[in-house]
Design a binder for this molecule. Sequence first.
Ligand SMILES: Cc1cc2nc3c(=O)[nH]c(=O)nc-3n(C[C@H](O)[C@H](O)[C@H](O)COP(=O)(O)OP(=O)(O)OC[C@H]3O[C@@H](n4cnc5c(N)ncnc54)[C@H](O)[C@@H]3O)c2cc1C
Length: 398
Amino acid sequence: MTKKVLISGAGIAGSTLAYWLHRSGFAVTVVERAPAMRDGGYKVDIRGAALDVVRRMGLLDEIRALRTDVRGAFVVDATGRRVASMDADTFGGREHGDAEILRGDLARLLYGRTRDAVTYRFGDSIESIMDGTVTLHSGHTETFDVIVGADGLHSRTRELTFGPEREFVHDLGYRIAICAVPNHLGIDREELTYVGPGRTTLVYSTARDTDAKAMFIFRTPSTEDADRRAALRAAYTDQGWEVPRLLEALTPDLYYDALCQVRMDSWARGRVVLLGDAAYCASPASGQGTGLALVGAYVLAGELASASHERAFAAYERVMRPFVAANQKLGPDNVKRMVLGSKGQVRVSMAMLGLMARMPGRERILARVMAPLHRAANAITLPDYGSASATACSGPST
Ligand SMILES: Cc1cc2nc3c(=O)[nH]c(=O)nc-3n(C[C@H](O)[C@H](O)[C@H](O)COP(=O)(O)OP(=O)(O)OC[C@H]3O[C@@H](n4cnc5c(N)ncnc54)[C@H](O)[C@@H]3O)c2cc1C
């Protein structure tokens, strides 16, 4: 009998899982709270084992075609002077065909690959779960063999099944905001970084996008930021460079959240299992949230296709735990390099970056800095689940 799976969340993890489960003959429903596919967000890297997952999905060429193509990375001072310049791939720690793509482009691509093969219910969400029977906010009730919480950092499925967010979500003490802004700086496939004490600002433009994107990442002890735009403005008062103009220009698609990690002893209970940020968010500072979502979805689908849900959940945890641990370690380490504590630290760092950018062999130095990222991205050998029972998913998206 065809097994029925409900996935909560049509993000990177949810759509990837839908793809693989459908290929193995499952009947898949995805329930997404947003009224349509959410395609905002920053640029994300697909590297290491995650690259292998998208290759196995036959998506690599399309992902490569959508590459951001950002070429130069520059550090600027308060007057806008470029004090250090580097090749963007070196600066972003990309090697061996790693691909940088906008999160929204990836989300759209995954949705395009699955929309004709699985049932998407937009504008709805899980209200209650009773063993395998789920009631949605709309009132719709249905019974499933497996329920997957791929509903992100603030997962409702996790709250309903495991308990309140505060038990699992650990705030690293920073906020991150990402937003499209008009490209008034006239940059073309470049990335500019401005570092102030406790606050870093980045602006970049990518291929095929007339707007630019701005990212703000700042340290704060406060959890009182109900008005996100006001919190952002308060954190960035008295900042130099183009910061005041960028804050004025924020468009409505603002992504704003605390920099958090999710740490849980177990990702499954009964018929419910968690996936991606809902289970093991490593924080955007890790640079590996997308990779964890892609790899986790591949492994969970493969295990579910091979065994009962109890065995599959246990195997999923066994395979994923070391990979998750390696990648979660990156988050707190990286954010300390991205956001500097004091004026003195900023001065020293800027001087060192300026020096390093002019040094012969700088690629080797940066490669050493990035080595932990590459080790973590490759800290799993993807099981080969075979494709004997595979059925075709819908063709390439347009
Ligand atoms: C709009 C958006 C922009 C993002 N931008 C960035 C970024 O710029 N940089 C970065 O590092 N990370 C960003 N993230 C997070 C990043 O996508 C994830 O860390 C990573 O891709 C892991 O994916 P995920 O599928 O586990 O979670 P997510 O990509 O967060 O997807 C979760 C999905 O679940 C949906 N959802 C949430 N609650 C419910 C509910 N109760 N019922 C049904 N559906 C629900 C959400 O709308 C979303 O579509 C963004 C996430 C979103 C949703």
